[in-house]
Design a binder for this molecule. Structure first.
Ligand code: ADP
Ligand code: ZN
Length: 721
């Protein structure tokens, strides 16, 4: 066979490599082309990874069914997929799957037909048909695939209804074109400090090569305005810009700021974007027409045509680590993309990660600092409240000094914020009579009461049940008591102390739909004056009227096995404190702690980041923790505890000898059971110079899991549960 009569097609599946297909007569294929190919009884979308290549001996090749009329996947993107797969020990097909989430975008304009109910009943109305028609009768036109998925039926059911005339076709409007952002539309006048920072970032962009700049500026110093200048420079080159944010910081407020600066609304890419808009953005990114995309971590896997700059805002955020499916860290992969593609990357934060600071310290990253807030705003004054000396009644969580301070702020007509990183009403419910604690049936965790909804909820698997009236163990009535506070309970205390306050509760329970966006807008407008929130409030929001931030339990995050607990606590507390005093009035932060002598708390009160960092670095260095060493977690899980334990032990015994690699465990995971699966962890640690992937590959090469057993590798873990 001539070499161009076969192609290697990568499929979005957990396969070792690409599959060989025959190229039919008259079809010309090039690397990067999106194609439809048969696989078993199915048809799938794949990408031509290589033209030519030998077919397996004696195999009867099947032919490519169709080539899609979409811009081919760029070589850089294919290279990126292979690198991500190698780094995280995944199959490239699974990484490809993340890039093929919008198959409709490949279909081009000819398949843009949608369906809605015509009002004509079919003669034979099966339950499946009825379900489709019920959904299709709301007036919205849906594509057949979406309609089938929503109704939970096969495509044949939808087609049958269409053939009978019960569904009528509607041509979808063409995808709206993207407008071109104007680099010079509405720049602000930068302070001289900001100008200097902007000049450095602009120079990195005009150099048109790989670089990483850490934009390290206190909250409210104008980092956003400064990196906007770098974006303007990339736009002026005719290139695209990706602005990555933790999902939760992707608010209307922020998007409007981008629009005001560049004259057009940026394209958005996150979980709440509607399918048709996803399609538009995907195509716009692939053609190069979408010039600014503001997105969550998965935006990195869009098929960029000519990306000229990646900005990662809030780069320290653990939310950039994807924990489900292919685990990857979007900040790290942004840097990888930049180095593969030869383009600049800007990492921005008021509380940079130790990793990024370390890279900056060694000269690998540029370090651009903004040490003062913009304009009249000054950094808040931080004070510690020693909870050992405060008189507190049972069921109260706000110490008298904090109560007083909040009262003063409200009386002055300003806003106050109370931060507690716990969703729901109470983290634990127990029976006063028999001591029974209400636990999740599927997980080794307590059920969290959500009182507004009257439900007990597992925060790990989503299990829900109504709050029982009697103890399920001993049957005692009115004996269940809530232990500890969540934000809902704190709101209850606040409402009784400040009956006049207009209280907003901000937690991820709100993040579905537009509720959260509305609330953030209303807070910024001053419609609420007391905000009670989880870590959601620590994420870059700008509330000009806020003058007091109270941290209800600063010790909470320190009580974990996570080696980054200290860093997280520092970041969270510094970010929360940083919400105060961003407008004209000075702000203050009050931190309730039982450990006022802890070095971290002392550094926080003194706002002495350097002392925190040197202390933290020393701890990490001694323990060879990142950034001083490398880590990978191996998680074994299975439905049968004994079987999972045995497998984990035999895996540990099979590890290759290597004097420079340390393996800890297996040990039951701190979260020993999730969704009915028992979990064991191994932790692999080594020096930075060691190729941890090579070690893991060697170790796991021949390992097969059987039955319900699963083995997950987590390179650079952020979760240790
Ligand atoms: P950061 O991203 O560092 O937290 P922002 O860029 O959000 O800071 O700036 C904080 C506030 O100060 C914003 O309201 C911003 O519009 C304003 N600001 C910052 N720099 C300037 C400037 N040079 N001119 C006008 N307003 C500015
Ligand atoms: Zn559960």
């Amino acid at each position: 066979m001539p070499s161009d009569s076969t192609v290697q097609v990568l499929l979005p599946l957990a396969l070792e490599g690409a599959y060989t297909y025959a190229v039919p007569q008259g079809m010309a294929l090039a690397e990067g082309d999106y194609v439809r190919v048969p696989l078993g009884p199915r048809q799938m979308i794949g990408v031509v990874w290589q033209v030519g290549g030998a077919a397996p001996e004696g195999a009867k090749l099947r032919a490519v069914a169709e080539r899609y009329d979409a811009p081919p996947m760029p070589a850089l993107h294919r290279q990126f997929i292979d690198w991500v797969a190698r780094y995280y020990l995944e199959n490239p097909g699974q990484v490809l799957r993340m890039c093929l989430r919008v198959p409709e975008a490949l279909a081009g304009e000819r398949q843009q037909i949608a369906w809605r109910a015509s009002g004509r009943e079919p003669d034979k109305l099966t339950a499946q048909r009825a379900r489709v028609l019920e959904i299709a009768s709301d007036g919205l036109a849906r594509r057949s695939g979406d309609l089938a998925a929503e109704a939970g039926v096969s495509a044949a059911v939808v087609k049958g209804l269409a053939d009978l005339g019960a569904l009528e076709p509607v041509a979808l409007p063409a995808l709206a074109p993207f407008s071109e952002p104007q680099p010079g539309h509405n720049p602000v006048e930068l302070s001289s400090r900001q100008q200097e920072a902007a000049r450095t970032l602009r120079a990195a962009v005009t150099a048109r090569g790989f670089s990483v700049s850490l934009l390290d500026g206190v909250t409210g110093s104008g980092k956003t305005e400064v990196y906007f200048e770098a974006m303007a420079a990339a736009l002026a080159q005719g290139r695209q810009v990706l602005l990555l944010l933790p999902e939760i910081a992707l608010t209307g407020q922020f998007l409007r700021r981008v629009e005001e600066r560049f004259g057009v609304a940026p394209a958005e890419w996150h979980s709440a974007v509607r399918p048709r808009e996803r399609e538009r953005v995907w195509r716009g990114v692939a053609t190069g027409d979408a010039r600014i995309v503001v997105g969550a971590r998965s935006a990195l896997f869009l098929p960029w045509a000519r990306l000229g700059l990646i900005v990662v805002d809030e780069e320290h955020e653990p939310a950039f680590k994807q924990e489900e499916g292919v685990t990857y860290h979007a900040r790290d992969m942004a840097v990888l993309y930049g180095s593969l593609g030869g383009l600049p990357v800007v990492l921005s934060s008021a509380t940079p990660s130790l990793e990024s600071l370390w890279n900056a310290g060694r000269g690998r990253y540029g370090h651009v600092k903004l040490e003062a807030r913009y304009g009249k705003a000054v950094l808040p004054d931080v004070s510690l409240l020693d909870m050992r000396r405060q008189k507190m009644a049972g069921g109260e969580w706000l110490a008298p000094d904090l109560v007083q301070a909040v009262g003063d702020v409200l009386a002055a007509g300003d806003q106050a914020l109370l931060f507690l990183n716990r969703r729901g009403y109470a983290p634990l419910t127990l029976c006063r009579t028999c001591g029974h604690r209400l636990a999740c049936p599927n997980c080794a965790s307590w059920l969290v009461e959500h009182r507004f909804r009257g439900r007990l909820v597992c925060h790990h698997c989503g299990h829900e049940e109504p709050v029982p009236r009697t103890c399920p163990e001993c049957g005692a009535e009115d004996s269940l008591v809530a232990c500890g506070p969540g934000v809902e309970r704190l709101a209850e205390e606040a409402a009784s102390r400040y009956p006049e306050a207009r209280i907003a509760i901000l937690s991820s329970d709100l993040s579905r739909g537009t509720l959260l966006a509305d609330m953030l807008r209303d807070i910024a407008r001053g419609e609420y004056n007391l905000i009670i929130g989880t870590q959601l409030v620590a994420k870059g929001h700008h509330f000009p009227g806020l003058t007091l931030a109270g941290v209800v339990d600063a010790d909470l995050a320190l009580e974990t096995t996570d080696p980054r607990a200290g860093e997280r606590t520092w970041q969270m507390l510094a970010q929360v404190s940083g919400r105060a005093g961003r407008g004209g009035k000075p702000g203050r932060a009050i931190v309730q702690t039982y450990m006022p002598d802890h070095p971290l708390m002392r550094a926080l009160a003194a706002q002495d980041r350097d002392s925190f960092l040197s202390n933290e670095s020393e701890i990490r260095q001694r323990a060879m923790l990142p950034p001083f060493g490398r880590m990978a977690g191996i998680i074994i899980s299975g439905e049968d505890r004994e079987q999972a334990a045995r497998f984990a032990q035999s895996l540990a015994r099979a590890r290759p000898e290597a004097s420079d690699v340390q393996v800890l465990g297996p040990a039951p995971a701190p979260l020993a059971m999730v969704r009915g699966r028992h979990r064991f962890r191994l932790l692999v640690m080594c020096a930075r110079e060691v190729d941890i992937q090579a070690y893991l590959r060697q170790w796991l090469a021949g390992v097969k899991t059987r039955g319900s057993l699963r083995l997950n590798v987590d390179v650079d873990p952020y979760s240790f549960l």
